[in-house]
Design a protein around this ligand. Structure first.
Ligand SMILES: O=C[C@H](O)[C@H](O)COP(=O)(O)O
Ligand SMILES: C=C(OP(=O)(O)O)C(=O)O
Length: 361
């Protein structure tokens, strides 16, 4: 403490340091989950479709359906029109490959950042830092609803647990990302979901944290949550038995090759967990080079054809056009990623069709 400060001054500065964050900052009211769920409602037939799609994903993860689960789509959604064009194309392709592959579309509206950067459609739909979350959350739900209406199962990464009640009824598969797999809050959230959850290995390549996450999520928990009416509640979760590991590589090093898969499967078995895995062809597995995603995919398909039935899923980052671009609200190229670089639609179509042919042999 500064020896020249009088006791009276000390008292004043202590009082001002006690001011709560909530009194100091600007707050924008957001719609309640119930309002959005009413406005963008799921019809009975759509609800039935989503229930069947969740079940189909879970059957693959349990080894009861030999199709390959492929979570595919843009790294992030920044333009709902381009996302819907992508969804139309994927829905048509999905019909062509459906005997061998179950495609699930990535509709990622939240992005976890390594340091700082654009955090996704739900946070900043105008892409200019204005942070209109009220519009962003509504747009995110509308988009997921429209993708589901096209007959596609919807996948997303759930990052902010408070966003889940706005979106979770539309989801058939959920990722907990590499930066949050070790977080107790995300494990509790996963234990509360009806959709299957893939836990990514950590960014440093540690797979054990994802296995621990599966064990935690399988348990029932009491968690802090908000209900549909926006009230804080103690939510009793049921525990989620439909979880699995996603190998995404770490610290720039891949972990999709046969010896990595063998060691992940052994660790899962030793922990008494489901040994079936998904390989993320992007991120550190592609050494952050989108063109390498096809190499990863081909290697995984070859391992599967040699008899590794534990490899049940793949993830691909793909958009209408190849590569990525910087965010600049005035000069954007249509259908190009603004986060990680993606493979083009043509490449995606080629990869999925050739995978279906190989799996049919
Ligand atoms: O999938 C997307 C990114 O890899 C992840 O959000 C981290 O992105 P950043 O390192 O560009 O912040
Ligand atoms: C952020 C992602 O992946 P990871 O958590 O593996 O970095 C992602 O798949 O968009």
């Amino acid at each position: 403490m500064n020896a020249h400060v009088s006791p009276a001054c000390t008292a004043v500065s202590n009082v001002s340091s006690l001011t709560s964050t909530y009194e100091k900052t600007v707050a924008q009211p957001l719609p309640l989950p119930a309002e959005l769920r009413r406005r963008i409602a799921i019809s009975a037939p759509l609800g039935e479709q989503i229930a069947q799609q969740r079940h189909a994903v879970q059957r693959i993860l349990n080894g009861q359906d030999s199709r390959l689960l492929v979570v595919v789509g843009p790294c992030s959604i920044h333009d709902p029109d381009a996302a819907l064009e992508y969804a139309d194309r994927l829905a048509a392709l999905s019909d062509e490959v459906s005997e061998q592959i179950l495609p699930v579309m990535r509709v990622y509206v939240e992005k976890p950042r390594t340091t700082v950067g654009w955090k996704g459609l739900a946070y900043d739909p105008d892409l200019d830092g204005s942070g209109d979350m009220s519009r962003g959350i509504a747009l995110s739900r509308e988009l997921m609803h429209a993708v589901a209406e096209r007959g596609l199962p919807v996948a997303t990464e759930l990052l902010q647990p408070m966003l889940a009640p706005y979106l979770d009824d539309l989801l058939s598969w959920v990722a907990i990302g590499a930066r949050t797999t070790e977080s107790q809050l995300h494990r509790e959230l996963a234990s509360d979901l009806s959709a299957a959850v893939g836990f990514k290995n950590a960014t440093n390549g540690d797979v054990q944290v994802a296995i621990d996450a599966m064990q935690t999520a399988a348990h029932a928990h009491q968690r802090f949550a908000i209900d549909n009416e926006g009230r804080p509640v103690m939510q009793q979760t049921a525990g989620n038995p439909h979880t699995h590991v996603v190998l995404r590589g770490g610290h720039g090093e891949p972990n999709y090759q046969a010896h990595h898969v063998r060691s992940a499967v052994k660790a899962l078995r030793d922990a008494g967990q489901n040994p079936r895995l998904m390989v993320d062809c992007s991120h550190a597995n592609a050494r952050k080079d989108h063109r390498r995603q096809s190499e990863v995919m081909l290697d995984v398909l070859a391992q599967r054809q040699k008899g590794d039935a534990n490899l049940v899923g793949l993830m691909l980052e793909s958009h209408l056009f190849e590569g990525k671009q910087a965010l600049s609200p005035s000069n954007m190229r249509y259908g190009v990623s603004v986060t990680d670089a993606c493979v083009s639609w043509e490449a995606t179509e080629r990869l999925l069709k050739s995978a279906a042919e190989r799996l049919a042999r």
